[in-house]
Ligand binder design. Structure first.
Ligand code: NAD
Length: 356
């Protein structure tokens, strides 16, 4: 089985590549443009594996994608490449429209052209798995409501709107052209190799640097959290066993407010890497102006993937968070260069947040 993973140098994509390469029957090709969020060192454990290849390309480049599909005789595409940071989408939406919408459109066209020329046996095996987010469903109140696969789309940010648009294109390519697609919509991921602009790694590394720990608004916004290795496992199952044309919600069943997440990180660090004197990490928490259009709450009903495909998360939030903190404590070689080499604009953003 030959897989093409787009965005495989990113946080989730690299976990997917590592996961798939552990199966000697799979061959994995990682296609990535290597934007600021792409990091080939996340692939170090498999870079010399016999069943792993890297292709440096842009998903917007339809002919490059088609050439990769043909050369590696791809059976399954798992399309993760995207601009993924909500705050960046608010500052500069253009790249989100280009990569997430136009890029997915070009991927679909290349996949369709490739699929149409396959033998009937390989044609029936081919899948285009589009990886999306629960953010397409929009804002939930602070009650017991959850997102199901039938929840209408109501995206709030340029990021979630661009992902929603790409989901619609994928469904249209299935209905109109019969391209065999599957989709998944997942909640917030956390774990090793996450770029340190996202909440959990940002808080861990700012704490270690004795910098303020930025929390939006009053920290009440609630997200469902899933350990990235559980997501990688779910994606492999959806891609290989999901029903064509269907979508699957993926979640960790671990709803936490941002404040609860930050406090949990602080108490893990208080144990593992205590500050000098009797100071506690939570004293570094700094409330910053809320994100515009900030959704209050996301929550996932993951019963379809559990009942139909037999997937459930293995990691608890407490266990996964402790593993994540340990990973950042032990792998400064991975994040040190990113933190010191950070784009100027990103450094300015952090300083702005710290100053509030
Ligand atoms: P990420 O930002 O860590 O990685 C994105 C990767 O895509 C990077 O390696 C980058 O170089 C690559 N890329 C960007 N533009 C590209 C282009 N034009 N051509 C080729 N490669 C390109 O993202 P992530 O957090 O790993 O998210 C991966 C996917 O999962 C995204 O589609 C995202 O919407 C989705 N998702 C993420 C989460 C989450 O919590 N992180 C949750 C649900 C769904």
């Amino acid at each position: 089985m030959n897989f093409l993973i787009t965005g495989g140098a990113g946080f989730i994509g690299s976990a997917v590549c590592r996961h798939l390469c552990s199966n000697p029957d799979y061959r994995v090709t990682n296609l990535d443009k290597l934007t600021y969020a792409g990091n080939l060192t996340s692939l170090r454990p498999i870079e010399k594996a016999h069943n792993y290849r890297f292709e440096h390309a842009d998903v917007c480049d339809a002919s490059a994608v088609l050439e990769v599909l043909k050369r590696h005789e791809i059976d399954i595409v798992i399309h993760l490449a995207a601009e993924s940071h909500v705050d960046r989408s608010i500052d500069k939406p253009a790249a989100f429209i280009e990569t997430n919408i136009v890029g997915t459109y070009r991927m679909l066209n290349s996949a369709l052209e490739y699929w149409r020329r396959l033998s009937s046996e390989r044609k029936s095996r081919f899948r285009f798995h589009h990886v999306s987010t629960d953010e397409v469903f929009g804002d939930l109140p602070f009650d017991n409501s959850v997102f199901t696969e039938q929840t209408p789309y109501a995206p709030s940010s340029p990021y979630s709107a661009s992902k929603a648009a790409s989901d619609h294109l994928v469904r249209a390519w299935h209905k109109t052209y019969r391209l065999p697609v599957v989709l998944s919509n997942c909640s917030n991921n956390y774990g090793p190799c996450q770029f340190p602009e996202k909440l959990i790694p940002l808080v861990i590394l700012n704490a270690l640097d004795e910098k303020p720990l930025p929390v939006y608004g009053a920290g009440r916004n609630v997200r469902d959290w899933l350990f990235v290795e559980d997501h990688a496992c779910a994606l492999a199952i959806v891609a290989t066993r999901g029903v064509v044309g269907e979508s699957y919600n993926i979640g960790g069943g671990s709803e936490r407010s941002n404040m609860e997440v930050v406090e949990a990180i602080c108490s893990i660090l208080d144990d593992k890497r205590p500050r000098s004197g009797s100071r506690r990490y939570r004293d570094l928490i700094a409330f910053v102006a809320d994100r515009p259009g900030h959704d209050r709450r996301y929550a996932i009903d993951a019963s379809k993937i559990r009942l139909d495909l037999g997937w459930a998360p293995r990691e608890t939030f407490a266990g996964g968070l402790a593993k994540t903190v340990d990973w950042y404590l032990q792998n400064e070689w991975w994040w040190g260069p990113i933190r010191s080499d950070h784009h100027t604009s990103e450094r300015l953003r952090e300083e702005r947040m710290s100053a509030v």
